[in-house]
Write a protein of this length. Structure first.
Length: 200
């Protein structure tokens, strides 16, 4: 029997406060899938989280859920492939990347980095982006949330670039092992050849 998981992404606009934003996400969760990729929600003016949070020290945890192993790579973390590699090494089948990203150079990266991460780590990626205008600043957040499969292909179409949406897709987790066997990127890796990457 196929190991197919129905998953959904919440692509929402900012409601103005954390409490109502969480309530909106919970409403979607009750109506949607078994795994849902939430956007990041925090109380701070504008989007520059590095000025409001300290880097974590818990590594890259993988959560063993009822439907599979899920990892999270928050927003800006997607530009650093090492985190997603660690999630893959620890068995993540789905990596959520909740983001609040605006138009410009990052749009091209949005369409490149996520599929590349799915291929490099032979897992599904949930690319979740907020949509609309923020209360502070003039950035236009472009949504276009989507899923990638372990071969780097979009699973269904991308979400709207202007409207809230709840895209739900069937993710065949059996494809993960098939790709890992076929491409053997974990078996053939050579960490001894790039120890310098983790030096300060």
């Amino acid at each position: 029997m196929a190991n197919v998981v129905r998953a959904a992404l919440v692509q929402a606009t900012w409601t103005g406060d954390t409490e109502s934003m969480v309530a909106e996400h919970e409403r979607h969760a009750r109506e949607a899938a078994r795994i849902i990729g939430f956007q990041e929600v925090f109380d701070a003016p504008y989007l520059w989280e590095k000025y409001y949070f300290r880097p974590g020290n818990l590594g890259w945890p993988v959560f063993d859920t009822a439907v599979g192993k899920v990892g999270v790579s928050l927003c800006y973390d997607r530009h650093f492939p090492e985190g997603r590699r660690q999630l893959g090494l620890d068995g993540a089948q789905l990596v959520d990347n909740p983001s609040a990203t605006h138009r410009g150079l990052s749009f091209r990266l949005w369409r490149l980095e996520q599929p590349a991460a799915a291929v490099a780590n032979a897992c599904f990626v949930a690319a979740i982006n907020r949509v609309g205008q923020e209360e502070y600043g003039d950035d236009d957040l472009y949504g276009t949330s989507y899923f990638d499969d372990p071969r780097g292909r979009f699973v269904g179409r991308t979400a709207s670039d202007t409207a809230e949406e709840l895209p739900a897709r069937d993710l065949d987790f059996d494809l993960i092992e098939a790709v890992r066997q076929q491409w053997a990127s974990y078996r053939d890796r050579r960490p001894d050849a790039y120890e310098g990457l983790v030096q300060p």
